[in-house]
Design a protein around this ligand. Structure first.
Ligand SMILES: [Zn+2]
Length: 434
């Protein structure tokens, strides 16, 4: 059995509140105690992080870790719906092979739920239509996992079910489908399969502003999809009565404001969703259409909300949407999202700053994240924190914007995978290895 470890932070903040002088006692990767403690009474083995604030690891509830990722410069071309965007992106071949897309999506999103298929079976591997040769799904998983971790995200719900074991925590008890325009039959099948188990079923809906995407609502209703196991992603064109009907049915909505704004110049009607009490989580979506980091997405969410709706989305509410809310939605799988006894010891640290700990995070540069722990073990650490953290000796030293970090533990394969994807696909550099 592993022993007890103690961490002291100047402050910690989770969705339940703020604690000054916070002592975390961790054993077996789980938080045993989280209390306010005087500096002089700390157990002698405590890792002391003076001047730092701890937050629970963020939860990014909508990602495509295997997507060919770079900021797609054509996203803002003004498509009416995401299907148009996909077809344009894949050019003529996209139009010619459109009839095969349901088959491809079945292989990508549905089949792996029913058969034990590994990451190598992801048909995305076959897509050589993109201008990036040497596309390797496993390496993209590594790249995008580290990209999330660097900004304090410790848990991701990846839309594809293939994801291999990663340093990042992946939520696995769920189904995901791409959308109703290509997968209505598959959606109906999944609803039938899921009658008893009631795993969450995530599906893109309202990912457009034209009549084609508006028709998705009727498709959802006709398929019997107004059910409490169905969770919608985007919801850009959903009307207040439709949002209220979702609430009535016990459904939930994941909004990805940067993606919606870039693709359609619109956001989901968040004031209406909030007014009717529809539960909301905030996520980045894939990097080609969304944000590079969830911290960036949080900042943009506040800014876009202000611009579109004229009011303020309070920072604490935004914080809940990436911690306690998604954690509660997946509480059957793991206890996450809070710095409380019984929760997994997933947390990250930033230098204390700003009077309001919740207002400090939105828009924060990811290089300000000084340390990230999962199950009480460090994965990323600013180099000068090595002593405080009692770090294991095995670590890869990297530079990020003139700051030095250590990527810790036995994650050499995932680090090299991330580097291979970054070099081959000319993705934004995550770090410079030194
Ligand atoms: Zn998506």
């Amino acid at each position: 059995m592993s022993g007890r470890e103690y961490f002291f932070f100047e402050q910690m903040a989770d969705a339940d509140g703020v604690v000054d002088g916070a002592l975390l006692e961790i054993s077996g990767g789980v938080i045993q105690k989280a209390v306010s403690a005087a500096r002089r009474y700390l157990p002698s083995s405590t890792h002391v992080f003076e001047g730092f604030r701890a937050y629970p690891g963020l939860i990014n509830l909508h990602e495509h870790l295997a997507c060919p990722v770079f900021r797609d410069p054509q996203v803002e071309a003004g498509d009416g719906n995401s299907r148009e965007w996909v077809l344009r992106r894949y050019g003529k071949a996209g139009r010619i092979f459109e009839r095969l897309i349901p088959l491809l999506l079945a292989g990508k999103y549905l089949l792996p739920h029913l058969l034990p298929l590994g990451v190598g079976s992801d048909p995305t591997n076959l897509l050589r239509l993109d201008p990036w040769p040497g596309f390797q799904t496993r390496n993209l998983y590594c790249y995008n996992s580290w990209r999330n971790l660097l900004s304090g995200v410790t848990t991701v719900l990846d839309h594809s079910p293939y994801a291999p074991q990663m340093p990042l925590r992946l939520l696995r008890n769920k189904y995901a489908l791409h959308g109703l325009r290509w997968q209505i039959a598959q959606f109906k099948l999944l609803l039938a399969v899921n009658k008893k188990r009631r795993l969450p079923v995530y599906i893109h809906l309202g990912d457009g502003i034209d009549s084609e995407s508006a028709a998705d609502w009727q498709r959802l209703v006709d398929a019997g999809g107004l059910r409490d196991d169905v969770r919608l992603v985007h919801g850009v064109n959903l009307t207040p009565p439709q949002l209220a009907a979702c609430r009535e049915a016990g459904m939930r909505l994941v909004w990805c404001p940067v993606c919606s704004e870039r693709m359609f110049g619109r956001l989901a009607d968040i004031p209406a969703a909030e007014a009717c009490g529809l539960p909301l989580a905030l996520a980045t979506d894939a990097m080609d259409t969304g944000s590079f980091s969830l911290l960036e997405e949080m900042g943009r969410a506040a800014e876009l909300y202000r611009r579109h709706y004229g009011g303020e989305l309070v920072p604490r509410r935004i914080f809940e949407m990436v911690t306690s809310v998604p954690a509660d939605w997946h509480a059957d799988e793991a206890r996450l999202g809070r710095l409380r006894p019984g929760c997994r010891a997933d947390f990250f640290a930033v230098r204390s700053g700003g009077a309001d700990p919740y207002a400090h995070l939105p828009g924060l540069n990811a290089t300000e994240v000084a340390g990230v722990w999962r199950d009480g073990l460090p994965l990323i650490l600013r180099e000068e924190l090595r002593t405080e953290a009692g770090m294991p000796p095995a670590a890869i030293r990297v530079r990020r914007e003139e700051k030095f970090f250590l990527l810790c533990g036995a994650e050499a394969a995932s680090v090299s995978g991330a580097e291979r994807a970054w070099k081959k696909l000319k993705l934004p550099p995550l770090w410079e290895r030194i």
